[in-house]
Design a protein around this ligand. Structure first.
Ligand code: HEC
Length: 187
């Protein structure tokens, strides 16, 4: 019994030391938070695990609608072209002005397939401490599903196929609304 208490005291002391050490380290300002300096590998791996597990856990119960609906895919193409290519690129687009400065780097979505549940959750809620915005503030669920439906078709698309589908897509109404607002503001 005495041995067990001593053991417990050591564990508690070590935990307190780790906690206090982390606090001092955080307060010291030694960690470089600049986006042009990569995380330490252990921090990066930790963050990647937190991110992947969190998205997976939160997205697990989401019910996926029919993503093969051509109207939905077409609408998503217009949304994607209007809002996502600066960070996630598109077929025929090698880079952008904003992309080299982003850390963590956004996945190139015409070269990667993302599980539709994960994609829906991420687009709606965004990712903290990264450049990925929560589009759910300005877009309803059906519009977000249109983006997911398009993402299902995007990987492997040629630049020509991409141009064609975006040209046929309905205009991004939310963007039109913002532009009308801006126009009124200048009146
Ligand atoms: C300002 C840059 C930026 C814009 C604009 C942006 N994203 Fe992202 N997105 C990111 C970053 C950065 C990540 C990766 C974050 C990370 O790894 O922690 C990401 C991740 C993602 C993922 C990956 C999720 C996963 O599970 O791997 C998807 C899907 C996604 N974005 C979709 C979109 C869509 C659709 C749009 C347009 C409506 C969009 N993004 C606009 C920066 C952006």
């Amino acid at each position: 019994m005495k041995k067990r208490n001593e053991y417990l005291a050591v564990v508690v002391a070590v935990l307190i030391a780790i906690g206090a050490g982390s606090g001092v380290f955080a307060w010291s300002g030694l960690y470089n938070i600049g986006a042009d300096s990569p995380h330490w590998p252990i921090v990066y791996r930790f963050m990647q695990t937190v991110r992947a597990r969190s998205i997976h856990a939160h997205a697990r119960a989401i019910a996926v609608p029919n993503l093969d609906d051509p109207h939905l895919i077409l609408k998503g193409a217009g949304q994607y072209a209007a809002m996502c290519t600066g960070c996630h690129l598109a077929p025929g687009m090698a880079t952008s002005e904003i992309r080299p400065g982003l850390y963590p780097p956004p996945p190139i979505l015409w070269q990667t397939h993302v599980d539709p549940r994960d994609a829906f959750w991420t687009i709606k809620h965004g990712i903290k401490m990264s450049a990925m915005p929560a589009w759910g503030f300005s877009h309803d669920d059906p519009t977000i599903w249109s983006m997911v439906a398009f993402l299902e078709k995007l990987p492997g698309m040629t630049p020509e196929q991409y141009r064609d589908i975006v040209a046929k897509a309905p205009p991004d109404e939310d963007m039109k609304m913002e532009m009308e607002h801006a126009a009124h503001a200048h009146e």
